[in-house]
Design a protein around this ligand. Sequence first.
Ligand SMILES: Cc1ncc(COP(=O)(O)O)c(C=O)c1O
Ligand SMILES: [Zn+2]
Length: 416
Amino acid sequence: MRNYHIGFRCLGCNREFSVNEIEYTCPICGSNLDATYDYAAIKREVDPRQIASTADRSIWHYAPLLPQVPPESILQAPTPLSTVGWSPLYRAARLEASTNTRKIWLKDDTRLPSASFKDRASAMVVAYALNNGIETICCASTGNAASALSTMCSGTDVKSVIFCPEGTPEGKLAQTLIHGAKVYAVQGSYTQAVHLAQQAAQKFGWYNRNTGRNPYTREGKKTAGLEIAEQLGVGSATPFRAPDVVVVPVGDGNIISGIHKGFYDLHVLGWIEKMPKFIAVTASLAPSLYRAWQSGGEHCEEIPAQTIASGISVDVPEDGVAALRAVRNTGGIFVEATDEEMLEAVAIMAQQTSVFCEPSCAAAYVGLLKARQLGAIAANDEVVLQMTASGFKDLRSVLRVAAKPTVMRTLDQVVP
Ligand SMILES: Cc1ncc(COP(=O)(O)O)c(C=O)c1O
Ligand SMILES: [Zn+2]
């Protein structure tokens, strides 16, 4: 199949580069890059109905819109790479009633192989490694990207090396280790881990998956946007359809910019009629990106993060500019979630929907409430909440808000 990825555009200085000219960031100004496609050729040669009718429901279902497709032998094996994608999208009737909102959908990425959204980016980066004879991939991670990378490398010959801040939740670490990654627990923050991974990649010749700085991470993550549009298109006149609003928990800003990119591709191709509005939810105790939003600019200060929501605990976002543009260009807003609000949201999501969330994932619910109160989400809107990772990832946090079991020995202690 023909590949339509033609190069990269710098988000800082707008310079364009060809595919093979570049590995990570802009060589001129150091900013993150955005993959570019030959949209005119896709428009001419690809029928959206043909994509929708493709039987493969992994992220490679969208091969004409992606930069990398793994070798056929890997996809057919099958390996973890062929199992990422097409997470369910379902209505949350109780949330619709309690927030007086017409339609709320949950895009449930807790159901992906490693139980987090990060499988999408890791699958894309491992595909790149396989296509380019790369033996080792490293990355910094707050835990979910780590477990996703380690999971995606299983069943292939690619090795993974992880730099996680000390204190990364046990569930995430256990997964990462059991799938075979080499893990370094960094005595420092996630931001320090990011620098160490970058230096290690240079020193040892490893391929670096660092979120945002590796331009393929956003391309993997955009498959969630493509899937949402296709899932909403079922039963409508067109194969793809956009919701009014998408709510996304945000740390580095790469998930939100990825989902935005998916909708952007579809919009440029004329396959959806409008862009959804993006609502970004950051942790109050990881305020760098929120302050940049408030300032009206794009500069993000490094501010030590202290939130219990490990997935969105970043001192400085690695893909902040793209996240700010995703929100501003679609008329959205940023809202903040406190630790208490996210913990409470873990319980509410578990009780009102079927989704078992870690706090970073439950932040989407806090964002829904706040954006609804602020009028950024209207009663008549159709809203998608992006669910990003399972509660099994961070049981310690979940147990802080879960009821305790009643210890018993005999039946007379059981209350009817
Ligand atoms: C559970 C969870 N939700 C949301 C995010 C935020 O994604 P990003 O850092 O790309 O903004 C992460 C990132 O690690 C995460 O693990
Ligand atoms: Zn540049």
